[in-house]
Design a protein around this ligand. Structure first.
Ligand code: PLP
Length: 361
């Protein structure tokens, strides 16, 4: 039994050392005589796990003191509602629609107030990031929302939009901890962890303290108020305890790898191998405008659906899993998150070269 190269967009590859450590600690976590899965979330031993996870995340991301870190549930999708419910004081927010996840967030916000599409790249199947340097943003907008890395389409904001003083809210699910960011530029940075950090079931919300208020929309359930989670240090109810424990291990792994600057370098190196090949290949083509390419999700096509299917099938047989593109766009997509080793990408490109030769027209 061996491990394959897993190019899944999420849940996705995790560092092997983290999985091994978790396996070693499965039956008896550090002399506690039980698994982390079996522990009270109010116990001293678990308290250390969650506090250390938060401290390590704060260190890695250099999170300012006036931001809270919340470990929540409901996935990134629950934030699509939680954000307007907590932030829409004027019942108005601006959305930049650069793909399916941004669109879902935009549509959800419409349930709670006036959601305005400030910009969109739908005209070219979301293959680029629109110019957001001078958007027409109504004065009374409560926030401006982006999906920073578009998991399905493979685009990434390389510069943040000019929000003209409005609060910026960003879904960073698929680029979380892939490179350094300046947290102070955001009101909320959030993401589901199953793309780049840990097992599904945890969503991390980093939120500026002044945005955490009692003043939520009428009818907001207690569980969907940031304040209740902030006041209780993410322990208002039972948190996704085991998932948070694995996230904590990934934070330590990132620290041991040299932090986010080193992650960025490693990710740029990996992505370059694949993009350079796509640019020279006669068979395979990247689908995204060059300057907006994601370091994490790389969609590509041959231009022939049958050949795409053949490629996905043969790649799977050769040990490269989950290369099929998202069901809404077809083609292929290689997700090359932090834990994908450089050899995985090198071997994939070797395989693509071989496939190209065998299928030359
Ligand atoms: C996967 C993904 C989501 C949805 O996450 P869930 O945890 O399944 O709700 C939202 N946004 C982005 C950018 C994603 O990649």
């Amino acid at each position: 039994m061996g491990r394959i190269y897993n190019f899944s967009a999420g849940p996705a590859v995790l560092p092997e050392s983290v999985l091994k450590e978790a396996a070693d600690e499965m039956m008896d976590y550090r002399g506690s005589g039980m698994s982390v899965m079996e522990m009270s979330h109010r116990s001293k031993v678990y308290d250390t796990i969650i506090k250390e996870a938060e401290a390590d995340l704060r260190e890695i991301m250099n999170i300012p003191d006036n931001y809270k870190v919340l470990f929540l549930q409901g996935g990134a999708s629950q934030q699509f509602a939680m954000i307007p419910m907590n932030l829409m004081k004027n019942k108005k927010a601006g959305y930049i629609v650069t793909g399916q996840w941004a669109k879902k967030a935009y549509q959800e916000a419409k349930i709670y107030g006036e959601a305005i599409e400030l910009a969109s790249s739908a005209d070219k199947t979301f293959s680029y990031i629109p110019d957001c340097s001078d958007l027409d943003i109504p004065e009374d907008c409560d926030y401006v929302y982006i999906c920073e890395n578009n998991t399905i389409y493979g685009t990434k904001f390389k510069t943040l939009p000019n929000t003209k003083g409005h609060v910026l809210v960003a879904d960073v699910s698929s680029c979380f901890l892939s490179e350094p960011i300046d947290v102070s530029k955001y009101g909320i940075v959030y993401g589901g962890v199953q793309k780049n950090i840990g097992p599904a079931g945890v969503v991390i919300v980093i939120i500026r303290e002044d945005l955490i208020t009692e003043d939520t929309l009428p009818g907001t359930p207690t569980m969907l108020k940031y304040k209740i989670h902030a006041d209780n240090d993410s322990l208002y109810n039972t948190p996704p305890a085991y998932g948070i424990y694995i996230c904590g291990k990934v934070f330590k792994w990132i620290k041991s790898m040299g932090g986010l600057a080193a992650m960025k370098e490693h990710n740029e190196k990996k992505a370059k191998i694949l993009y350079d090949f796509l640019d020279e290949s006669k068979l395979f083509k990247g689908t995204v405008v060059k300057e907006d390419r994601s370091l994490m999700n790389v969609p590509f096509v041959t231009g022939d659906e049958e050949l795409d299917a053949k490629f996905v099938k043969e790649a799977k047989e050769a040990g490269f899993e989950n290369l099929k593109g998202h069901r809404t766009v077809g083609g292929m997509r290689a997700s090359i998150y932090n834990a994908m080793p450089i050899e995985g990408v090198e071997k994939l490109v070797e395989f693509m070269k071989k496939f190209e030769k065998e299928n030359a027209k």
